[in-house]
Structure formats: structure tokens, C-alpha cells
Design a protein around this ligand. Structure first.
Ligand SMILES: C[S@@+](CC[C@H](N)C(=O)[O-])C[C@H]1O[C@@H](n2cnc3c(N)ncnc32)[C@H](O)[C@@H]1O
Length: 208
């Protein structure tokens, strides 16, 4: 397997020793700026019920849990290595019932309708095999007036990173906006873009 394919596959679902010991650091430090932008965009309220899809090592869950007083944050992940890493980081909040994380794929996950105030995902939409179906599932999981926020890096910049195109589906901000407004689902779609130290950071939000 080429190195590019290996890193792409590890990014989509970290596994084995590499996934357990290297990828958590790779994500936590490499994605800090984008996670901070998503955090700012979420404007978390004390009582919010949130869901993160593809939380990796769980750094953003931890940051949000520290901020909230009475709310709850749930997370789903397809990688056992990331579940282990995020559990360790959020042990105290899990015990308190403020954080609940589980092994699940967003494409088959089940939650009640009108369940969450905010659902968000950072650097994970590239791996959704059926983004239209997934976006409409998320829509149903959100409460009325609930917010969906997607954080991602720029398609044109990522094209130069020799990632495996069988693994990564890259998007521009307008393509994500079109995805969210498809079938007349979401409204009030807003994009925030910011220049990071190395790459552009994009965050698209929409309201149910
Ligand atoms: C590139 S990492 C980003 C991790 C973290 N959000 C960050 O910004 O550092 C993508 C994560 O999404 C997870 N993932 C990929 N597809 C997923 C899916 N369909 N459902 C849930 N998690 C998924 C992967 O296992 C991986 O940990």
C-alpha cells in the first residue's frame, strides 16, 4: 500500500498501533485551528444537547464539556482507537453524565427525531459515502431551529496534499452549502472562512 493510501485510510478510520498511538496526536495538533473555529461558531449554551460526528481524540468534546454547566454532549465514531483516546480524555465528564460517546457510523446511527440543539462535524464529511442521505438524517435528529455545523479544509489546497481520492471526497464551501440547502431542508446557511497558519479553514452552518 502506498504511503498516501495508508495515511488516507488512517484518517478515515484510525486503526492498529498507528491509529492508537500516532493518529490521536496527528489530529489533536494538526486540527486545532479548525476545531477552534467550529467551537466559536457553535456559541454553545449551558443547556445545549449536542452531537459530534467523527470526534477523533475528543479534544473538541472536552473543550465544550468544560464550558457547559448543565448540558450534554454526545459523540459517535467509527474507530475503536479514537473511542479509547476520547474516553481517556473525557473520563471525568463521562462519569458525570455530561459526555456520552459511542462506536457508531453516522450512516447507520439511530437517534430520536428532534433530539439535538446542535450537531457538528470537523474534518469528517470527506468520508461520508452518501452525504445527501446523511445530511437528511442529521436534519431529522435536530430539534426545530437546531444548528448543523460542518468544519473542513479547502478542496483546492487539499488536492495538493496527495490524498487518496478513493478515500477523500473534497468539497468547496459552495458545495457544502448546496448540500445543506438540497431538498429545501436547511435554511440560513452561513459560511465562515479564515486563513489558518498553513491552510484555509471553512465552517458552514445551517438552521433546521
Ligand atoms: C480526519 S479525522 C478528524 C477528527 C476530529 N474531528 C478532528 O478534527 O481532529 C476524521 C474522523 O472521523 C471518523 N469518521 C469517519 N467516517 C465516519 C462516520 N461515517 N461516522 C462516524 N465517524 C466517522 C474517523 O474515524 C476519524 O476519527
Amino acid at each position: 500500500m502506498s504511503f498516501s493510501k495508508f495515511i488516507s485510510k488512517q484518517s478515515s478510520k484510525p486503526s492498529g498501533l498507528f491509529g492508537r498511538f500516532i493518529m490521536p496526536f496527528f489530529f489533536e495538533f494538526g486540527n486545532i485551528e479548525l476545531n477552534n473555529l467550529v467551537f466559536d461558531t457553535l456559541s454553545v449554551k449551558d443547556s445545549d444537547h449536542l452531537l459530534e460526528i467523527g470526534f477523533g481524540p475528543g479534544a473538541l468534546i472536552n473543550k465544550i464539556a468544560k464550558k457547559m454547566k448543565s448540558g450534554m454532549i454526545e459523540g459517535i465514531e467509527v474507530s475503536n482507537s479514537m473511542i479509547e483516546s476520547a474516553q481517556k480524555k473525557n473520563k471525568k465528564f463521562s462519569k458525570e453524565g455530561k459526555v456520552k460517546i459511542q462506536l457508531a457510523d453516522i450512516e447507520s446511527a439511530q437517534f430520536d427525531e428532534n433530539n439535538f440543539d446542535k450537531i457538528f462535524s470537523v474534518n469528517a464529511i470527506y468520508f461520508w459515502k452518501e452525504p445527501n442521505t446523511t445530511i437528511s438524517k442529521i436534519y431529522h435528529f435536530l430539534k426545530p431551529e437546531g444548528q448543523l455545523t460542518i468544519g473542513f479544509h479547502d478542496k483546492n489546497e487539499m488536492k495538493n496534499m496527495s490524498l487518496d481520492s478513493d478515500v477523500f471526497n473534497l468539497y468547496s464551501p459552495s458545495e457544502i452549502s448546496d448540500l445543506l440547502s438540497g431538498y429545501g431542508l436547511f435554511k440560513d446557511i452561513q459560511t465562515v472562512s479564515k486563513k489558518g497558519k498553513q491552510r484555509m479553514l471553512h465552517c458552514v452552518s445551517a438552521i433546521k
